[in-house]
Design a protein around this ligand. Sequence first.
Ligand code: ATP
Ligand code: MG
Length: 593
Amino acid sequence: MRVSRLMLVTLRDVPAEAEIKSHQLLLRGGFIRRVGSGIYAYLPMMWKVLQRITTIIREEMNRAGALETLLPQLHPSELWQRSGRWQGYTAGEGIMFHLEDRQGRELGLGPTHEEVITSLAGELLRSYRQLPVNLYQVQTKFRDEIRPRFGLMRGREFIMKDAYSFHADEADLQATYAVMDRAYKRIFERCGLKAVPVDADSGAIGGAASQEFMVTAEAGEDLLLISDDGAYAANQEKAVSLPDEVTPLSPASLSCLETPGQTSIDSLCSAQGWQPGQLLKVLLLLAVLEDGQQQPVLVSLRGDQDLNEVKLVNALSRHLEQGVLDCRPITADDLQRQGVTGIPFGYIGPDLADAVLSAASSWTKTFLRLTDTTAAALDQFHCGANVMDQHRSHCSWNELGGVPEDKDLRKARAGERCVHNPDARLQEKRGIEVGHIFQLGRKYSQALDSCFTNENGRDEPFWMGCYGIGVSRLAQAAVEQHHDDAGIRWPAAIAPYEAIVVIANIQDQGQTDLGESVYTTLQQAGIDVLLDDRKERAGVKFKDADLIGIPWRVVIGREAAEGSVELVQRSNREMRKLPHGEAIDELIKALRP
Ligand code: ATP
Ligand code: MG
């Protein structure tokens, strides 16, 4: 391809809309253009990158025995109503775009395909003899993200590879899950990406394994905790640790203290000489449940710990046996709207009486009380007295009527000791989630009544797995991992072109002739090569070549007259002057080993 025909529009300045390096470089290099919030056009070079990634994914999915299919993007609402997800995905902060057709029927634009595929499987896979089956597609997904940002990282329209497997039993699901795990490792490796597998939250279903593949990068939205012995890695949403020890209180009897203005852990500790870990902090939250109930929740944590919202939502939905759509702190505004008064913010204890909720207009009138395990383990602690300006010191759970249900609800943090090996410590890294594999179990097949006939002739819901890769996010993550000050350094396997021949001065007939000849020879050898034949200064062409990140560059300059060229590798900027024939041989050897 000739650069003069490439519609190459590069930008010298960093576009104001782009915060992170990969987003800036993709815009500057003419790979993508923003069309609307979270909506991007993939320009021709980007489309080539995406197709090369997709080819690698297809090869590995096919090798793993999966079948490619293509499912509709318009989803009738009834399907999502049957799985119970329509409400949660469309109301409030739901992320599904939805619309009404001319007959007034509701439809959603597919954010994911469990509903569609599970109902199809129920119709097509009747017998255990047809199992297992693993179906995948590469397709545009739509999600009305609350905060679309960072270009392709979090779009509202993006390309995903999603796969769904169907099994007669759990052991078979686990076997395919392991095959997918290996396939994913190969995919990311072949794409030239370092992706770390981490334990991931598997939602409220419980038990089922789930793993995310993370490209580590400063700009990553996820916080990862990785043990320094390398044996454990988890998303913070899921991570566990051994808690830091606290100095136990020397036993004393319960007493009440005046603590005016001491509403925070810090102010209490400095005024009273206490340690944060010797205090309880009690959080007041509101959970919105799938059935519409609004449930006030009191969570007690040790004062030196932070709440992990994901663990809390999982604990709540398991406790209540239904989905939790939202769980957030209760504000003064909420209380006013409900007509609830007399909550002593800053002085709440775990035993705050349900009576304070009696006036609530639409909330459940009893608290659901949960305690983090580290708080439950304290023999004595200080806590609020449920009266303004008062705390209790040397309280025990017995004196409060017993420990409310205790669960692991705290955030694991960097520096803490690991559960698998107390000598190892957790370290913090940021990551970009490029893939997610998941043992779904029977959640969707049960909800959609999607069954096969087992060996004993009885109907049974399928065991299912699902496996996603963010194709467009992966492409940008590759840039985040591989760039320098001058531009992108595409890994050769996914670069838009493998090599670029730059004619320094096209007025020079000798340079043009040699450039054309090298270009033709490389094309004939099957190399996907660019020829920069533009009437631009050499400096401009070199800058553009650096920016768009083509792995190999052949520069045809002054020494063309002697048949010499420069061969430059983009990744390490290594430059060699070689006779053109030798340069071509070297290049072919590097690209087709
Ligand atoms: P996230 O936690 O980042 O919102 P998710 O867990 O909702 O992602 P999945 O439903 O697991 O995402 O989707 C599979 C893959 O699709 C993700 O691993 C990610 O790589 C990609 N992906 C998800 N949402 C987006 C998005 N808005 N834009 C681009 N890629 C996305
Ligand atoms: Mg995910």
